[in-house]
Design a protein around this ligand. Structure first.
Ligand SMILES: Cc1cc2nc3c(=O)[nH]c(=O)nc-3n(C[C@H](O)[C@H](O)[C@H](O)COP(=O)(O)OP(=O)(O)OC[C@H]3O[C@@H](n4cnc5c(N)ncnc54)[C@H](O)[C@@H]3O)c2cc1C
Ligand code: SF4
Length: 326
């Protein structure tokens, strides 16, 4: 598998990067670590005319421990996040998620947190070689009109398998996006479309620059299931945040399930079962986990391996494990 031809652009600062994005728009792709982008290009899934590298943008690689939040530049390597004391202390779910991403080589060598959030949705019918796909009718994501994963689907149901995004959504993270003439902030939970072909609500000339994680008095945890313990994507994952008062009553809860839909699923109904309950109420944890399973089942598509029944059952297990850990 060889990379298709492209023009490599190497901006030296943020302004130059935004100028290039504004000029080339859909014809360009940002290259952070390349561990998602280059694999897709080698499989013939995309062939951008221009690659805009973030290699020289050290200004996007940082972790800032501020009074009310942790700010992370999007080109920060996954390994730096794992090693960060503020992240370990205030955003444990993210620390646990990053430890599971790919393999040590991906975490240390190239993979970034921005690229992790923006990695393309996956589907085992589609994320195959050119040769494999050429033997079948094209699906929606390949420019056709059918979906192998869900019969009669009018759109692509490819799945978001980002560990980082699931944990960050549980933590209530926000994103900063910059364009040539504008800058905007958006909650990660509101950043997704309902189409697996372009799952992110961002323009082609925008750059994801920063992630902001609010500090709370709560605790968070992240659990995931994959076939292998390394170099494998999750087939189910869950991030949970719990905040309690002085008498150990839960005052705020967030439950997010990943690898079950086109985006991580923020499950408000399941979380509401926990509000006002005791931090050690195991029966309530079970109720919330069962509710999470029912809600997630509505989005589940058979396209990341294993059976749907198994993955749905494991939603309950992952949520329960995360709650118990907290
Ligand atoms: C073998 C293997 C196993 C993997 N296992 C996992 C896993 O277990 N869990 C998991 O979550 N991921 C996994 N991945 C996916 C990937 O390695 C990670 O998600 C990694 O963090 C992606 O970061 P990157 O910097 O390499 O992204 P890149 O490949 O550089 O970028 C990914 C996408 O985001 C865009 N992009 C990147 N940064 C920006 C930005 N700042 N602004 C706008 N667009 C941007 C790129 O254009 C591209 O479309 C795996 C990959 C491989 C090859
Ligand atoms: S979910 Fe359907 S349309 Fe999307 S990539 Fe898979 S088979 Fe193709």
């Amino acid at each position: 598998m060889r990379l298709p031809g492209f023009e490599y652009l190497n901006p030296q600062n943020l302004d130059q990067t935004l100028d290039m994005l504004a000029e080339h728009k859909d014809e360009a792709k940002i290259l952070a670590g390349g561990t998602d982008l280059l694999v897709r290009m080698k499989k013939g899934l995309l062939a951008p005319k221009y690659i805009i590298s973030l290699k020289a943008l050290d200004s996007l690689s940082y972790i800032k421990d501020e009074s009310d939040c942790i700010k992370i530049g999007t080109r920060t390597p996954i390994a730096d996040i794992i090693a960060s004391k503020p992240v370990q202390k205030h955003a444990r779910a993210l620390f646990q998620a990053c430890e599971k991403i790919g393999a040590v080589s991906i975490q240390h060598y190239k993979g970034t947190i921005g690229g992790n959030i923006l990695q393309n949705n996956r589907c085992h019918h589609y994320n195959q070689s050119d040769f494999y796909r050429s033997g079948r009718q094209a699906c929606h994501k390949d420019g056709g009109k059918i979906c192998y994963a869900r019969e009669e689907a009018d759109r692509c149901n490819s799945t978001c398998q980002s560990d980082g995004a699931t944990a960050l959504m549980a933590l209530g993270a926000g994103l900063t996006l910059a364009g040539k003439d504008n800058k905007r902030e958006v909650e990660l939970a509101n950043f997704y479309t309902t189409d697996g072909i372009m799952p992110f609500a961002m323009e082609s000339q925008e750059l994801l620059t920063e992630i902001s994680i609010p500090k709370t008095n709560g605790e968070s945890a992240y659990k995931r299931l994959a076939y292998r313990s390394a170099i494998d994507y999750p087939i189910v994952c869950a991030g949970v945040l719990l905040e309690s008062d002085n008498s150990d009553k839960i005052v705020r809860a967030r439950i997010v399930v990943g690898a079950m839909g086109r985006a991580p699923l923020l499950l408000a109904n399941a979380a509401s079962k926990l509000k006002g309950k005791d931090m050690n109420d195991q029966a309530t944890f079970k109720d919330a986990a069962t509710a999470a399973m029912s809600s997630a089942a509505a989005f589940a598509v058979h396209n990341v391996g294993s059976t749907l029944e198994y993955r749905c059952a494991m939603v309950e297990e992952m949520v329960l494990q995360a709650l118990k850990e907290i």
